[in-house]
Design a protein around this ligand. Structure first.
Ligand SMILES: NC(=O)c1ccc[n+]([C@@H]2O[C@H](COP(=O)([O-])OP(=O)(O)OC[C@H]3O[C@@H](n4cnc5c(N)ncnc54)[C@H](OP(=O)(O)O)[C@@H]3O)[C@@H](O)[C@H]2O)c1
Length: 234
């Protein structure tokens, strides 16, 4: 998938990684960028087309697919983290919220846009995943559950859209310097670097990006006799 002349929809494009996606895609030659946001007044990027889009609201997802019928690249970036331990009283509620957005919202977007991408020649879907698709950490156990499920969903979507020639790229990353990790003291990748890697991977026809050293170590560690997911990571 070549970014030049592509027509893109980015979810959660008002801040963090999504904003970096919207800006860098334009710089890389995308012809049109729809910037989805729950409150599109907060987008503040020139040259994008603001789009009201809460991915957990089916009517907004349906409307986006109808209004953005020229999309050739869908970037499913929107996501939430609620934090907390797996046995907290609130854990099940947090997990439901995280699954609603990270898994079911992203799945709804893939489903709504698969026919659009197919009609436009195949195109591509990027799903923003995490190193926590493969390991859990005490402070974000339910988020890790949601990203593991979203990784599995991404694999299912990849198989479903392969016959129509749609590339599906899973983007796994550890800590990035965005609002989501404010207050976490750890080495962080910059959104710009992560998006640059993902664009290069898209253009090289790849299906997975491991955007930092920790993520690459964890992926490699899955196949060790004692898989890395058996021990606490942080
Ligand atoms: N930061 C990290 O270390 C890290 C690591 C691995 C993966 N990720 C993933 O990277 C993606 C981007 O995260 P980020 O770091 O940029 O986080 P962020 O700064 O917290 O931004 C999250 C974005 O998602 C949007 N969003 C949340 N729920 C939404 C919904 N229902 N519909 C539409 N938009 C929604 C937010 O919109 P509002 O402004 O309206 O809240 C915001 O634009 C997420 O999928 C996240 O899980 C982040």
């Amino acid at each position: 998938m070549q970014v030049k002349d592509s027509i893109v929809l980015v979810t959660g494009a008002n801040r963090g990684l999504g904003r970096a996606w919207a800006r860098l895609l334009l710089e890389a030659g995308a012809r049109k960028v729809y910037a989805g946001a729950r409150d599109p007044r907060g987008i503040g990027l020139p040259d994008v087309i603001p789009l009201e889009l809460d991915i957990t609201r089916p009517e907004q997802v349906r409307r986006a697919a109808a209004e953005c019928a020229d999309v050739t690249l869908l970037v499913n970036n929107a996501g939430i983290v609620r934090g907390g331990h797996v046995f907290d009283d609130e854990a099940a509620d947090r997990a439901r919220q995280e699954l609603d957005t990270n898994l079911f919202g992203t799945l709804a977007m893939c489903r709504a846009f698969a026919p659009v991408l197919g009609a436009n020649g195949g195109g591509a879907i990027v799903n923003v995943l995490s190193v926590l698709s493969w390991i859990s950490i005490p402070g974000a156990a339910t988020y890790a559950m949601s990203k593991a499920a979203t990784w599995s969903m991404t694999n299912g979507v990849r198989i479903a859209v392969k016959p129509q020639g749609t590339q599906v790229l899973g983007l796994h990353v550890a800590f990035m310097d965005t609002d989501m990790t404010a207050g976490i003291d750890a080495p962080k990748a910059t959104p710009v670097d992560v998006v640059a890697q993902a664009i290069a991977a898209l253009e090289a026809g790849q299906e997975e990006v491991l955007a930092d050293a920790l993520t690459r170590d964890v992926k490699r560690g899955l196949s060790l006799e004692r898989g890395v997911y058996l021990d606490a990571a942080g």
